[in-house]
Design a protein around this ligand. Structure first.
Ligand code: PEP
Length: 254
């Protein structure tokens, strides 16, 4: 089974809509059809930039895809400040990140809410990039695999095999996010490999072989190659380094 690598840039709360246009234009000038034949490239801008990104992508027939950084578990109604899967779908979003550690930490998102958001994304044909991973104390206790698999189990409750086949799972050890502390390729493979085995247990090998599993946590152009060489790592979720177009392009060309 060959899985097309995915490099996704999580811009977090950075770039206003003018800056977003500039960044996407810079990516568009650098990335070629040859690049896009080898790797899928996604950007996850703030909600307020999505329309601008959509206009560029549609207008210039760019092969960059884009998505949201979160969505509501609800489809509409009296949920002030929330953005629905329907809204993301309408704006042409391919992906939505769900359960990012910053959402879990600052917005108290637990596995039940993450599961509800995964279901909401599927209701609107937006593909979840499900983020999982352990914090430092869990890693120090050596419980990273159990912890991360429990998050996967919780997020996938009620998700059918047909849906699960399309999900993207990003293993992001919390201690490596934005810290400059990157997991070793072996660390990344240990957990990504365990996630694939769990997918086979929860579903079957067809699903396990189809799902793209990304690594995220201080990915840069000088550490991406070793991570991508691992058999169960199919790409990267890139935070800080995705804000620098030259660096992000280098990562896409791992
Ligand atoms: C992220 O936010 O998902 C992330 C991996 O950030 P960084 O690359 O900056 O560690």
């Amino acid at each position: 089974m060959s899985r097309k690598p995915l490099i996704a840039g999580n811009w977090k709360m950075n770039k206003n809509h003018l800056e977003a246009i500039k960044l996407v234009q810079e990516l568009a000038f650098s990335l070629t059809d040859k690049d896009f034949d080898k790797v899928e490239v996604a950007v996850l801008p703030p909600f307020t930039d999505l329309r601008s990104v959509q206009t560029l992508v549609d207008g210039d027939k760019l092969r960059i895809v884009y998505g949201g950084q979160d969505l509501s578990a609800h489809d509409g109604g009296a949920y002030t400040g929330e953005i629905s899967g329907a809204m993301l779908g309408k704006l042409g979003c391919t992906f939505v990140a769900i359960g990012h550690s910053e959402r879990r930490q600052y917005h108290a998102e637990d596995d039940a809410l993450v599961n509800a958001k995964v279901q909401a994304a599927y209701r609107h044909s937006v593909t979840p990039i499900l983020c999982v991973g352990e914090g430092l104390p869990v890693r120090q206790a050596g419980n990273q695999v159990e912890h991360t698999l429990a998050q996967v189990d919780g997020a996938l409750k009620g998700v059918t095999a047909e849906q699960a086949k399309t999900i993207v799972i990003a293993y992001e050890p919390v201690w490596a996010i934005g810290t400059g502390e990157v997991a070793t390729p072996d660390d990344a493979q240990e957990v990504c490999g365990a996630i694939r085995v769990r997918l086979a247990e929860l579903y079957d090998t067809e699903v396990a072989d189809a799902v793209r599993i990304l690594y995220g946590g201080s990915v840069k152009s000088d550490n991406i190659a070793g991570i991508m060489a691992q058999p169960d790592v199919d790409g990267a979720l890139v935070g800080g380094a995705s804000l620098d177009p030259a660096e992000f392009v280098k990562i896409c060309r791992f």
